[in-house]
Write a protein of this length. Structure first.
Length: 70
């Protein structure tokens, strides 16, 4: 226990590329939460999933921030 594991600085963790798999997992969790709280019906599932996926992807890749500053 005399050796301590080196911790990666937070700034370098934030600069890691976001994978499509991570975006899909986050989208899935958000949509599941919408279903659990009754905000999403089966009739709107496809549209809502696409909207959430697009938003998560834009935020993760920084393109949503670019649109807001224009």
């Amino acid at each position: 226990m005399s050796q301590h594991a080196k911790k990666e600085p937070l700034s370098s963790k934030l600069n890691k590329p976001v994978t499509d798999e991570l975006i899909m997992k986050i989208t899935k969790e958000v949509v599941i939460k919408f279903i659990e709280v009754g905000r999403l019906s089966p009739a709107k599932f496809e549209e809502t999933f696409q909207d959430v996926h697009r938003t998560v992807s834009d935020v993760a890749r920084g393109s949503l921030a670019d649109k807001g500053s224009a």
